[in-house]
Design a protein around this ligand. Structure first.
Ligand SMILES: Cc1cc2nc3c(=O)[nH]c(=O)nc-3n(C[C@H](O)[C@H](O)[C@H](O)COP(=O)(O)O)c2cc1C
Length: 197
């Protein structure tokens, strides 16, 4: 089993990258971590879907292969102006069926008390064609600059978020195992139904 962690901030030294690193330390199975800023340096700029996807696959052969091989995803996504950053949305525009029928855990990040909008936005609109399956549990890391900074927890809030992250990663790992049988069932037909309704 393999889990791909995607950090959704395109900023250098982002807090989301810090959270992603912490989350990666909780994943018991094989995993990788990438930031959207390295994954997809270019925004969609073509009418030619096939050529853009080929370019993505050629430029990011290893990453594209990794996404294909992943059994589950963890998206660590900051709230920017009440939205998901554009580089993260670009993932859903550029990916083909790498995410299809795979469970994903959403981890939203806010320096303040925000973080609910990226959860709502991704749950509402990112799954239609990608067919990614968000698990019911998600985590919102609020006041991110005050937590996950040291090997040991600094205070009660830090402990609470560490425990919630650890629990949610374990839940995702169980979903990841169970979803393998859905993809192997022979029922999934993305050639006939490439896009959702
Ligand atoms: C362009 C931009 C817009 C932001 N808008 C919000 C926001 O709407 N709500 C919020 O809680 N935090 C907002 N923040 C602050 C982020 O919560 C903060 O930068 C945090 O560290 C997560 O982002 P990062 O992973 O890019 O560091 C914004 C940050 C940036 C760079």
């Amino acid at each position: 089993m393999f889990i791909s962690i995607i950090v959704g901030s395109s900023r250098q030294n982002s807090q989301s990258a810090k959270v992603g690193q912490y989350v990666s330390s909780l994943v018991a199975t094989k995993h990788s971590i990438h930031s959207v800023k390295d994954l997809l340096p270019k925004l969609w700029d073509s009418d030619d879907f096939e050529s853009m996807k080929e370019q993505f696959a050629a430029k990011n052969e290893i990453i594209s292969e990794e996404l294909n091989q992943a059994d589950a995803f963890i998206f660590v996504v900051p709230e920017w102006h009440g939205m998901v950053p554009p580089a993260m949305k670009n993932l859903f525009v550029t990916c083909d069926k790498e995410l299809a029928h795979k469970p994903a855990l959403l981890v939203a990040v806010s320096a303040g008390i925000g973080g609910s909008y990226p959860i709502a936005e991704l749950r509402m609109s990112s799954y239609k064609n990608s067919r990614v399956c968000y698990i019911p549990d998600h985590v919102i890391v609020r006041g991110v600059e005050q937590v996950l900074n040291t090997p040991d927890s600094a205070n009660q809030d830090d402990t609470r978020i560490r425990e919630r992250l650890a629990y949610s990663v374990k839940v995702l790992e169980e979903y990841a195992k169970a979803f393998q049988s859905i993809r192997k069932s022979g029922i999934i037909d993305l050639a006939t139904y490439p896009n959702g309704m």
